[in-house]
Ligand binder design. Structure first.
Ligand code: ARG
Length: 691
């Protein structure tokens, strides 16, 4: 293809044959596979085995300390079971010492490890990355323009090829439904909702990157007994003051925020009212030597009142529904605005209410469960699934309908699966929800038992540690973001006073973006680490190290350096050289040593990192990788800065580094910037302060 054309010329220069063909080599996505293919070719000649076997026995090194490629000898499955230690030593000895692509290998037990030749790596990799641009490591880039891809498109120079089109017509993309964030109406926005938002955005992005069609769903907690409680409170406090129908939008013209706060406040009042009743019940149960079984036993009092209010809603009572719609609208409105601040969008805010407002959807799930003999009536009149009767005792028992006939969280989830299947016919449905592990196992099992094991297999619960309920002292998403902006603005102002060059030129809008970036990294760092961390201000605001601002500042420092290295003519032409003509006049020999070559060795790994992130649904590897790049980049930038200082001391005026060296560094820095941007984009981080 066109993109490998430049490469072919280079390989000819090196007197190498065309790239050996292997079906599993993904040459257009993974530059390491070019080296992999040549190595396999040599290997099969040296040991006389099948070429594909040789290819499969080679893998990218697990860490950069172990080289770049690794032959795992047992994987060759050689006949006669030769001594692998001997074989390793023998291979090292017989490997052609003048091979243009590899340095001399070394033996490590039953591994033979290879470093890519520093002489070749920059020449292959930098044009490769700059040609791929936003798709390097991210095979499927979403259609909206990315910061640095625009330059290529706007380039009037007809000799520069446009970014290459996708190789073949793609098969029908697979469809992912990812459900995340999902706060409850009236209740606070907890740390787990925040983490789910950030993790869910990543899961969606990484699937899009790999060519999936993605639907983002917010499953609002907009149905259930707590909604009964909220309605009760509204009637009691607002209904009296403003008339039952008056409340919703009437909370003040504050763009929905005031009305939303009003809803939260009312719910909070009701919760306070309920608390002592709950405590009393718990005490009673303990005194009677019985287990506490929730509050369902209550015949009258606040719980019964709440349940009656919810029942009116389930029965479709006009007034109850009207009020519910109003409260829901206020909340969705508010949340949509806050998610926008985070750069997160949802295609659908359907929520728990969806299946209940369409009685057929719930009825269908119940009918299937009944017909398959899965559900049963318990002694107290509630409808349950006893998993022990279905060879799944460890999933215990789950209630579909309470004895008063009200639907449960569990039933709504089961019915929603079927409903979504009809609406979206998804290939995969991922729930990004902190904890609730047993709940989801029960839901998935119920889907299987009602006759859809094929669908149950497509369901996946991405769980994580919840942390404390509250993020700092904040109860609602907008306040979390506000607080974050305050912290970050202060930290940036302090840093700017110390070191104006290293800090992004910040318009207020950029500060807001940086605050969100910091929050994203903070949450990715704290989740799974400790139960105790909600907000760690130090981690949120440190401008160095593995933090959002650390990443951001490194990016800015890099952009400044790129601007500075840019030849004037090229800068004036709108950075036209970042695409096709990469490499003209560059002296790559200046990149053969550390730290430069180490940075290159990291950049070549990026596509493998995104693959791991995709397969594991873990953003950790991407974040960790970005920090590795930033660290190595820091050494390179320091080198440049030191040179500059020496120059200044000698008073030579001009830069000491030759133009050809500067050109090579410029390419490396542009490649690095591209990798940082691509990685950040995957995490829903938008770097600011670039040129
Ligand atoms: N609203 C729930 C909560 O706040 C989370 C919803 C999780 N998703 C689901 N399909 N059950 O805990």
């Amino acid at each position: 293809t066109r993109s490998l054309a430049g490469l072919a010329a280079l390989l000819q220069d090196l007197e190498l044959e065309a790239i050996p063909e292997f079906p599993s080599a993904d040459l257009l996505r993974q530059p390491i596979d070019i080296f992999h293919a040549y190595l396999a070719d040599v290997l099969c000649q040296l040991v006389g085995c099948d070429p594909q076997k040789a290819y499969d026995a080679i893998q990218p090194a697990n860490t950069t300390g172990n080289g770049d490629l690794d032959i795992v000898l047992p994987k060759l499955k050689l006949p006669g079971g030769p001594d692998l230690q001997d074989l390793a030593a023998d291979l090292v000895k017989r490997f052609p010492s003048t091979h243009p692509l590899f340095a001399i290998p070394f033996k490590d037990g039953i591994h033979v490890r290879f470093f890519l030749s520093p002489k070749i790596l920059p020449r292959v990799l930098l044009p490769y990355i700059l040609d791929r641009g936003p798709s390097y490591g991210i095979p499927h880039t979403p259609p909206h323009p990315q910061p640095h891809s625009v330059n290529n498109n706007g380039n009037p120079n007809p000799s520069t090829p446009p970014p290459s089109p996708p190789p073949e017509p793609e098969p029908e993309p697979k469809k992912l439904l990812v459900e995340f964030s999902s706060p409850n109406l009236g209740q606070e926005f907890r740390t787990d909702h925040l983490r789910s938002t950030i993790l869910g955005a990543f899961v969606a992005n990484v699937h899009e990157a790999m060519g999936w069609q993605v639907v983002r769903v917010n499953y609002l907690g907009d149905w259930g007994k707590h909604i009964g409680l909220l309605g009760l409170g509204w009637m009691r406090y607002v209904g009296e003051e403003e008339g039952a129908a008056g409340g919703g939008g009437g909370g003040g013209g504050g763009g929905g925020g005031d009305a939303f706060r009003r809803v939260q406040e009312i719910y909070g009042r009701m919760e306070d009212e309920v608390k002592p009743h709950l405590a009393a019940k718990r005490r009673k149960a303990a005194a009677g030597g019985e287990g506490f079984d929730g509050e369902d036993e209550e015949e009258d009092g606040i719980f019964a009142e709440r349940d009656r209010a919810f029942k009116r809603l389930e029965d479709g009572d006009g007034q109850a529904v009207e009020l519910w719609e109003k409260l829901r609208h206020v909340s969705v409105d508010y949340y949509a605005g806050q998610y926008r601040r985070m750069g997160v969008t949802f295609d659908d805010y359907s929520g728990e209410s969806l299946v209940c407002r369409n009685p057929e959807a719930v009825a269908k799930a119940e009918k299937l469960l009944r017909e398959k003999g899965v559900s049963q009536l318990a002694d107290d009149g509630s409808l349950v699934i006893d998993f022990s009767q279905h060879e799944a005792a460890r999933w215990g028992q789950a209630t579909l309908r309470a004895k008063d006939g009200l639907t449960t969280y569990f039933l709504r989830d089961v019915a929603t699966v079927l409903d979504r299947l009809e609406d979206y016919s998804f290939d995969r449905l991922i729930y990004v929800v902190g904890e609730q592990d047993l709940h989801f196992r029960q839901v998935f099992k119920a889907v299987e038992l009602l006759g859809r094991p094929d669908v149950a297999k497509r369901l996946h619960h991405l769980t994580f540690t919840r942390g404390p309920p509250q993020w700092g002292d904040e109860h609602i998403l907008g306040d979390i973001l506000d607080r974050c902006e305050e912290y970050v603005a202060t930290a940036v102002a302090v840093a700017a006073a110390d070191n104006p060059d290293q800090v992004p030129r910040t318009a207020p809008a950029d500060l807001k973006t940086m605050a969100v970036n910091s929050l994203v990294v903070h949450e990715l760092n704290t989740r799974n680490k400790a139960h105790t961390i909600g907000l760690d201000v130090e981690m949120l605001t440190a401008t160095e190290g593995e933090t959002g601002l650390g990443l951001q500042f490194a990016y800015v420092r890099l952009c400044h350096r790129i601007e500075q290295l840019q030849p004037r003519s090229e800068a004036a032409a709108g950075e036209g050289g970042s695409g096709g003509g990469a490499g003209a006049g560059a002296d790559f020999a200046s990149l053969w040593e550390a730290p430069w070559i180490e940075l290159l060795r990291l950049l070549v790994r990026f596509p493998a990192v995104t693959t791991v992130a995709y397969k594991s649904l873990e953003p950790g590897p991407v974040l960790g990788y970005l920090f590795q790049v930033v660290e190595e980049l820091g050494y390179c930038l320091e080198d440049v800065e030191e040179e500059e200082e020496e120059d200044a001391a000698e008073g030579s005026g001009a830069a000491a580094a030759a133009g050809s060296t500067r050109a090579a560094r410029l390419l490396l820095f542009k490649g690095t910037r591209q990798v940082l941007e691509n990685g950040m984009r995957l995490l829903n981080i938008t770097p600011v302060g670039g040129s």
